[in-house]
Write a protein that binds this ligand. Structure first.
Ligand code: PGA
Length: 257
């Protein structure tokens, strides 16, 4: 089956490796993946290795259609920020973009919307594509606060992005209760939240909202992806666990394009 994102948007399947894969493992993954996704050209393919494996992955993927993204970035170009990595440092490695605001960064490492309001435009200014993650907790969903949470995150995190550049931002809707739990959002839940996110972008620019790619993330597998990716507003997936194995990741890519 093949699916296509709405309004001429090219779907993106991005694998978030989190804190997995050494340099040797990352190179082996790319070597195994490339022949498996060679036939698909209607979908963008991305992998997000940990910092040490970024450059070797860029080198291994050079000349292929696989784009490489970081998992985090500091907003400043340089300074006294021990342990952080800046936009020009990522650009120099040849990466395509970076995830920002993943819920694990927000929950475990104190990532704030205030910082994200600087990170998203800093990425764009550096020529990097940001993949901004948003999503509600289980308690927020159960208490009917999903839209309030998404509105807050989208409005604040994109506040400093000029309206005419909103279409360059990739947004990943990742309900926190679905991440790494095996609990996938139902197609109705995913479609409803993603349409809501697109409508929030449209409040700033209707035209750019048609360009913005909105992905789903949270326990996406080779089995669960087809139903989700067939939905009209969903422009691909941010895949964690199922992206670590080249075969299962390729199955998701090939189901999309
Ligand atoms: P998962 O992770 O696919 O393992 O649920 C997704 C993510 O955290 O981006």
């Amino acid at each position: 089956m093949s699916t296509s994102a709405g309004a001429g948007r090219t779907p993106l399947i991005a694998g978030n490796w989190k804190m997995h894969k050494t340099i040797a493992e990352a190179k082996g993954f790319i070597e195994a993946l490339l022949p498996l996704v060679a036939a698909t050209d209607r979908v963008d393919v991305g992998v997000c290795p940990p910092f040490p494996a970024l450059k070797p992955t860029v080198d291994a993927a050079r000349g292929s259609r696989v784009q490489v993204f970081a998992q985090n970035m500091h907003q400043e170009e340089h300074g006294a920020f021990t342990g952080e990595v800046s936009p020009p440092m990522l650009l120099e490695l040849g990466v395509h973009g970076t995830i920002v605001g993943h819920s694990e960064r927000r929950e475990l490492f104190g990532e704030t919307d205030r910082a994200l309001a600087q990170k998203v435009p800093a990425a764009l200014d550096a020529g990097l594509t940001p993949i901004l993650c948003v999503g509600e907790t289980e308690e927020e969903r159960e208490s009917g606060d999903t839209e309030r949470k998404l509105r807050h995150q989208i409005q604040e995190d994109l506040a400093r992005v000029p309206a005419e550049r909103l279409g360059e931002v990739v947004i990943a809707y990742e309900p926190i209760w679905a991440i790494g739990t095996g609990l996938v959002a139902t197609p109705e839940q995913a479609q409803e939240a993603i349409a809501f996110i697109r409508a929030l972008v449209a409040d700033r620019s209707r035209e750019q909202a048609e360009r913005t790619r909105v992905l789903y993330g949270g326990s996406v597998t080779a089995e669960s992806c087809q139903e989700l990716l067939a939905l009209p507003d969903i422009d691909g997936a941010l895949v964690g666990g199922a992206s670590l194995d080249p075969e299962s990741f390729a199955t998701i890519v090939n189901a999309t394009g």
